[in-house]
Ligand binder design. Structure first.
Ligand SMILES: CC(C)(COP(=O)(O)OP(=O)(O)OC[C@H]1O[C@@H](n2cnc3c(N)ncnc32)[C@H](O)[C@@H]1OP(=O)(O)O)[C@@H](O)C(=O)NCCC(=O)NCCS
Length: 178
């Protein structure tokens, strides 16, 4: 049960220092070497699809979403997700994931990818991407490459190397064939 004094809201620039601190605490300096971090370096994240949890005015949890490209496919990358240790196991992480996915759905996205623990994300609707279908800029355990479809069948269109969507070639408009 999430305590009544926990407030959820879309992220704003004012939250940035606290989010950085939470991610440092959760993932340490090794986070900069992670494949997902490398992708996120390619451009900005989506503030409107990223959420924080506050308790007593303090940021205690954060989830971010980033637009990604895989060949012609487009999707969202969820992460980092982190909750401060003393506020864990209250349902905050689960709620943040759900809020981010619902916001992605409202914005018209078809699928959300992430690199994470299947035992945690499986019950939240994420499942393994078939081995070899998606590659990351740095090695990742293929069992940790997960996807949640928002639009049924959307994951099938996601193949190839994942990069920040801003680094992908602009998609050509469909041309009429004479
Ligand atoms: C993972 C994390 C975000 C979960 O946040 P949270 O607010 O504690 O999560 P919730 O309260 O929604 O869920 C807690 C449940 O998930 C379980 N859980 C937490 N981490 C888990 C993991 N890595 N694998 C499997 N289950 C996990 C807890 O045991 C608990 O189970 P219960 O409900 O049966 O008691 C938080 O533990 C964290 O910040 N961890 C460090 C950073 C991290 O690993 N982030 C995720 C990878 S991107």
């Amino acid at each position: 049960m999430i305590p009544a004094d926990v407030v959820f809201m879309p992220e704003s620039p004012a939250h940035d220092p606290a989010i950085e601190h939470i991610n440092e605490e959760a993932f340490g300096p090794g986070r900069f070497a992670r494949a997902a971090y490398r992708i996120r370096e390619g451009g900005p994240h989506e503030r409107a699809l990223s959420f924080v949890a506050l308790r007593g005015g303090e940021v205690v949890g954060s989830v971010r979403m980033t637009r990604i490209a895989l060949g012609e496919g487009r999707a969202l990358l969820l992460g980092p997700l982190a909750v401060r240790p003393v506020h864990k196991n209250l349902g905050i992480g689960r709620r943040l994931v759900e809020m981010a996915v619902v916001a992605g759905a409202k914005a018209g996205w078809g699928a959300v990818l992430l690199v994470g623990d299947e035992p945690y994300y499986g019950p939240l609707g994420f499942s393994r991407i078939p081995r070899g279908r998606v590659t990351m800029p740095r090695p990742v355990d293929p069992n940790r490459l997960l996807v949640r479809e928002i639009v049924p069948g959307a994951a099938a269109g996601l193949t190839g190397e994942v990069m920040h969507a801003d680094l992908a070639k602009p998609q050509e408009p469909a041309r009429a064939v004479a």
